[in-house]
Design a binder for this molecule. Structure first.
Ligand code: GLU
Length: 281
């Protein structure tokens, strides 16, 4: 009798947990991943439209350097790849997504800045990129100063757009979209004269089959972009675990492998792996 009772309770618990899983495991308490064990999932924020970094493929799978970094980190936190739930976090949404607990962490070309550090915590950095310009292959634009009066596209909530307004080209006609793919479409159609963001991102777009030969990178290092893994403000335990994972990823060679696989096709010459906690100003 006792045994049957226990079995019934276990079965009920199983049904409950299956129901929770079917609903994506989101019980509405803002908990986006709570350690190893069980069948729970971890929610991770990435970009969906940046080739070589964070891209949702037509078959629904995900590729890119950020995806590989996030997958490695998740494993170190106790989550195999099949327990990752990817969430799109556009540039302007990242701080809010972390504050709300929509995701446990974000690996989405997310530069560490003092302004952002007031709202979120960062592990890393795990990559150093630089702001650059992408223009049409026949364009005369070669420097930041050539942009004044020109139509320039970047993304809302990015350091790239902020740097344009602050110093790179305050007199450019800056159009801000929600994603970089929208800017690239504008560059192809002639709606804008240049797109600006990190060279890592621009190189990925330029190498895509449908754009081959149409665009060129100016090759300017207009800023230092130290990519960090964003975590909810105050979650020091997760920051420390992610820093350990990133160090391990570099020391066991997985970082280099991910760099080659993801940046090789775009011929993007990345910087060496940064040291944890060392921000290049
Ligand atoms: N890394 C820059 C940033 O965090 C530009 C790329 C992006 O918008 O994700 O804002």
């Amino acid at each position: 009798m006792k045994l049957r009772k226990a079995t019934a309770a276990a079965a009920a618990a199983l049904v409950l947990s299956l129901t929770a899983t079917a609903c994506g495991g989101d019980d509405g308490d803002g908990d986006s991943g709570s350690g190893s064990g069980g069948g729970d999932k971890i929610k991770i924020g990435i970009k969906y439209d940046q080739p070589g970094l964070g891209l949702k493929e037509p078959d629904g799978s995900f590729s890119g350097f950020d995806v590989d970094v996030a997958t490695y980190v998740a494993k170190e936190l106790g989550y195999e790849a099949d327990r990752i739930e990817w969430v799109e976090t556009k540039s302007a949404d990242r701080e809010n997504a972390l504050a709300r607990g929509d995701v446990k962490f974000i690996a989405a070309t997310y530069s560490i800045t003092d302004e952002r550090k007031a709202k979120v915590d960062f592990a890393g950095p795990y990559l150093l990129a630089h702001q650059d310009l992408l223009v049409r292959a026949d364009s005369d634009i070669a420097e930041g100063t050539d942009l004044n009066g020109k139509k320039l596209c970047s993304v809302t909530g990015s350091t790239s757009a902020q740097n344009v307004k602050d110093e790179i080209a305050p007199d450019a006609q800056l159009k801000q979209n929600g994603t970089y793919s929208e800017c690239i479409a504008g560059l192809q159609s002639g709606a804008v004269d240049a797109v600006t963001t990190d060279d890592s991102i621009l190189a990925g777009f330029a190498a895509q089959e449908q754009y081959k030969g149409q665009f060129k990178l100016a090759g300017l290092k207009l800023s230092n972009e130290n990519y960090g893994v964003g975590v909810k403000k105050g979650d020091t335990e997760t920051v420390n675990k992610i820093n350990d994972a990133l160090e391990k990823m570099v020391s066991d060679g997985s970082w280099e492998t991910a760099v080659k696989e993801n940046f090789g096709p775009a011929n993007y010459k990345n910087e060496q792996a940064p040291k944890i906690g060392q921000i290049v100003q």
